[in-house]
Design a protein around this ligand. Structure first.
Ligand code: PLP
Length: 399
């Protein structure tokens, strides 16, 4: 019988995938389930990006490329960082791999020794904890409650730092809360980091382009260039350009770290897919205007969901600044009893009950490290969202 290695013995596949799989199975049985669990845009990859990939195939760009990105890919990444973020990186300071997830993985594997600590504000994307653990590190969760806008405070950061701290990992806009850090939120954190030169900063900017109203995106290194020798800025094409299946993420940071990440990549995936690199160069270099329409569409869906949730007695939802998730509190629902006599004790019970009673699949906050909440991904049509919200309201009224 297979015995898992210690490094994965406590880990499972993501709870989000498990919930989505269960909801998918119910759907196949004929139940009219609406799945609001998955974290990917429902838009299609734009045609100019697809065309670039097809042209690359026809040109015969179907072989291994340079380990962590072709020279042209690295040029496009450097241009992107300079143009959109005001960050200047040399060729040896950028890297590309199979998704932002691989960037995080490479970086943790390249930098963590057993027992090194990584400070992770929670709620957070579920993979952060598991990647740190696989790499031998210790995730240090710092709870960031809804009343504080789900953002890390300088005091909480200061209190979490120990001599073993290797990284602070920040994600803005955030999965799962949609909360984002403006300049005024980052400044006090950067001040703390300046006082602790052994702490490195890893930034996950995946949702940079999915922001609303008058929110102004900024990445921390642009605010404090003095962190350049200990900051890794991670991004990718998945969310902005609706390219989750293509698998390309990239990062900019100190050359020694980037070289270490390439070592990890060289013994795992060798290089990012050549065709995907051609598509991603077109995505980064190409027209960006369509992002505005997509943002407007996401903003309408966000308002639809937030307004509907806040009309339900027992649920409260903050209006997020970015990404395509809401993270609503279901505290007011706990202790209530469903018509079949089940007492809803926590957010897991609440979400399980919503799937049974309303045929709507959402993810409990327990999966992201802060309860009692539930995450809705609103990257689906307004018609489907309207139906889902009406079902949730009807189901909650029975409690
Ligand atoms: N970072 C965050 C915060 C995410 O939510 C995700 C995907 O869900 C990723 C990174 C991974 O993106 P990629 O598809 O580039 O691996």
């Amino acid at each position: 019988i297979f015995q898992p290695a210690g490094r994965i013995a406590d880990l499972g596949v993501s709870e989000i995938l498990a919930i989505t799989a269960r909801a998918g199975a119910l759907k196949r049985e004929g139940r009219p389930v609406i799945i609001l669990g998955t974290g990917e845009p429902d838009f299609d990859t734009p045609n100019h990006i697809k065309d670039a990939a097809i042209a690359a195939i026809r040109r015969g760009e179907t072989k291994y490329t340079n380990l962590d990105g072709s020279p042209e890919m690295k040029r496009a990444i450097r241009d992107k960082f300079a143009r959109e973020n005001g960050l200047s990186f040399a060729q040896a300071e950028v890297t590309a791999g199979a998704g932002a997830k691989q960037m995080l993985y490479n970086a943790m594997m390249a930098s963590l020794n057993d027992g090194d600590e990584v400070i992770i504000p929670t709620p957070c994307w579920t993979s952060y904890f598991d990647i740190v653990q696989i790499a031998g590190g210790v995730p240090v969760a710092v709870p960031c409650p809804g009343e504080a806008g789900f953002r890390l405070s300088a005091e909480a950061l200061e209190a979490a730092i120990t001599p073993r701290t290797k990284w602070l990992l920040l994600n803005s806009p955030s999965n799962p809360t949609g909360a984002a850090y403006a300049e005024e939120h980052y400044r006090p954190l950067l001040e703390v980091l300046r006082r602790h030169p052994h702490v490195w900063l890893m930034v996950d900017d995946m949702y940079e382009h999915i922001i609303y109203d008058d929110f102004r995106f900024v990445t921390p290194l642009a605010l404090d260039p003095s962190l350049k020798d200990r900051c890794l800025t991670i991004n990718g094409v998945s969310k902005a350009y609706a390219m989750t299946g293509w698998r390309l993420g990239y990062a900019g940071g100190p050359a020694e770290l980037i070289a270490g990440m390439a070592v990890v990549q060289s013994q795992s995936t060798s290089c990012p897919c050549s065709v995907t690199q051609a598509a991603s160069i077109a995505a980064l270099d190409g027209p960006q205007e369509f992002l505005k329409d997509r943002r407007a569409s996401f903003a309408r869906r966000r308002d639809l969901v937030v307004d509907a949730l806040n009309r339900i007695d027992g649920i409260t939802c903050r209006r997020p600044e970015g990404a395509f998730y809401t993270y609503a509190s279901c505290e007011g629902m706990l202790g209530r009893v469903s018509p079949d006599g089940t007492v809803l004790r926590n957010d897991r019970d609440f979400c399980a009950w919503l799937l049974e009673a309303a045929n709507v699949a959402v993810v409990p906050g327990s999966a992201f490290g802060l309860s009692p909440y539930f995450r809705i991904s609103y990257a689906t049509s307004e018609a489907e969202l309207t139906e889902a919200m009406s079902r949730i309201a009807t189901a909650c009224a029975q409690l």
